[in-house]
Design a protein around this ligand. Structure first.
Ligand SMILES: C[S@@+](CC[C@H](N)C(=O)[O-])C[C@H]1O[C@@H](n2cnc3c(N)ncnc32)[C@H](O)[C@@H]1O
Length: 205
């Protein structure tokens, strides 16, 4: 692993994911997590302060990047409930079938290389009455914005750790067998449109 992947990329992802517009999304969604929670691609732990300690029993934070896990250390220490790191990708969730009440997926589905396998794993570990809380940027509805997303995607992916600009998030969730129970989609303020169309909501198996 080179210096870019180990230090520079985590530094910039941590910075980008910590902005106020992202925090507003987290405050609406992550606060709803309850029971045994799995945060897929937990990154530098920006979701951690938003988990309600009265509702969360245990948090599994799955994050394959050692650099990102290191940046999460302070936020991890502040948690008032047990945290267990899983240093694996979302395609290999090492938890038992139907063992998780809430899966949290924030700004991560854009990056997971094999999203089909990862969503199949999410579905496998969720309890039958479990919920997937998602907040992901992806393909915009307007053809003009889409054209730029497709055009810029190859270069963006290279610089942004594999992040795609143009993934149709809700289609992916439906394709993976999830039912969308709640959806709030729209552009984030103060964010370029190519990266600012966000789909947030709740899905069930
Ligand atoms: C843009 S960051 C988002 C981090 C965090 N979810 C947040 O909301 O701040 C994307 C994260 O996905 C992680 N990631 C990359 N490949 C992954 C994979 N195959 N499975 C799970 N996470 C992955 C990256 O290491 C990174 O921490």
């Amino acid at each position: 692993m080179d210096i870019y992947d180990r230090y520079i990329l985590p530094f910039f992802i941590n910075l980008a994911c910590g902005t106020g517009v992202f925090r507003q999304q987290r405050a609406k969604l992550v606060t709803q997590a309850r029971g045994v929670v799995l945060d897929v691609g937990a990154g530098s732990g920006h979701n951690f302060p938003f988990y309600d300690p009265k509702l969360v029993e245990k948090l599994y934070a799955l994050e394959p990047s050692a650099g990102m896990r290191k940046l999460a250390a302070k936020r991890a220490q502040a948690l008032a409930f047990p945290l267990e790191w899983l240093d694996l990708p979302g395609e290999q969730i090492p938890l038992a079938d139907a063992s998780v009440d809430t899966v949290v997926l924030t700004f991560t589905l854009c990056t997971i290389p094999d999203w089909q396998s990862a969503l199949a794993q999410v579905s496998r570990v969720l309890k039958p009455d479990g919920r997937l809380l998602f907040c992901e940027h992806g393909l915009a509805p307007e053809p003009a914005v889409q054209r730029w997303q497709h055009r810029l995607n190859p270069g963006w992916k290279k610089c942004a750790g594999g992040c795609h600009l143009n993934r149709p998030i809700v289609d992916y969730l439906r394709e993976a067998g999830f039912t969308i129970q709640q959806l709030d989609a729209g552009y984030l303020p103060k964010t370029p449109r190519i990266a600012g169309f966000v789909s947030a909501g709740i899905a069930t198996r």
